[in-house]
Design a protein around this ligand. Structure first.
Ligand code: FE2
Ligand code: FE2
Length: 275
């Protein structure tokens, strides 16, 4: 496994988070925040599985491979460790390791090279969309939660995700030139990845977090009720404008065209959030 130790280039360290300042008694009742933090900790902790596929796909490109191994992966794994520490601090009765093993058994089957895009430029577009998803997720979480330590953590992670987006975007520009990628190919990659966002790792992680959280509880809510609850919390704070701008960026539309496309797309994103 790569990058278990934080590299000096990291903008922050898990030890910078003041876990002891959390009002645990108050937070412990918040099933919605538990599910959001726990499911995110699962996805982030599984990041190294995906890195190997990406590094293989970009074989021969040492700039991409070394950035993925030396920066991207250690940062994603640190997100996982920090979120896991938060969960274990607030909900010590929750058996994170066993629940994670359950999640990983299902998640690891999704991480195959067949899931990658047909060209390198398109894969970079897909990676931009994933980082857009995480950026907006943590921004919504930071805004929605009323617990200062979690807000601080979510905002630090959000800042990292923006940097990841910028790197993948620069790599996309390089490959777009090398592969002479057409706009229709960019649209196809965007479309595939945006559609995948809802039926993806986050959904699996949420299902596993909920299954373990509510195991044996008389008042266990159904999956539909759980989804509705977390979407309601996040949907109200979701930065739709930012999501749309980050999604459209790889299309490299002109200013007028961009404005023309933004509105219907923002409406579509809001629609996705409602269902
Ligand atoms: Fe992350
Ligand atoms: Fe990221």
């Amino acid at each position: 496994m790569h990058g278990q130790q934080p590299t000096p280039s990291m903008r922050w360290h898990v030890n910078d988070i003041h876990f002891s300042a959390v009002d645990c008694a108050r937070m412990r009742e918040r099933d919605d925040l538990f599910l959001l933090v726990c499911s995110a900790s699962f996805v982030e902790s599984g990041s190294d599985t995906y890195t190997r596929n990406l590094v293989d796909y970009f074989a021969g490109d040492t700039e991409v491979a070394s950035w993925l191994i030396e920066h991207w992966e250690p940062e994603e794994l640190q997100h996982g460790r920090a979120l896991k520490t938060y969960v274990q601090h607030v909900w010590p009765a929750f058996d994170w390791d066993t629940a994670y093993a359950d999640f990983f058994a299902e998640y690891s089957r999704l991480c195959t090279t067949e899931e990658l895009e047909p060209t390198r430029a398109q894969e970079m577009v897909a990676r931009c969309i994933v980082e857009m998803g995480t950026t907006t997720y943590y921004q919504a979480l930071a805004t929605a939660c009323d617990e200062p330590v979690l807000r601080d953590l979510a905002w630090r992670i959000r800042t990292d995700e923006v940097q990841h987006y910028k790197h993948f975007y620069q790599f996309f520009l390089r490959y777009q030139g090398l592969e002479n990628t057409q706009r229709r190919q960019v649209i196809a990659a965007l479309w595939r990845r945006v559609n995948e966002l809802r039926q993806s790792d986050a959904t699996i992680a949420l299902r596993h977090a909920a299954a373990w959280r509510f195991r044996g509880r008389q008042d266990a809510p159904t999956a539909a009720v759980i989804n509705k609850r977390v979407y309601a919390l996040m949907g109200a704070e979701y930065p739709v404008g930012l999501a749309v701008r980050m999604t459209l960026k790889p299309l490299r539309l002109g200013g007028r065209m961009q404005r023309w496309v933004e509105r219907p797309l923002a409406a579509m994103v809001r629609q996705v959030l409602l269902y």
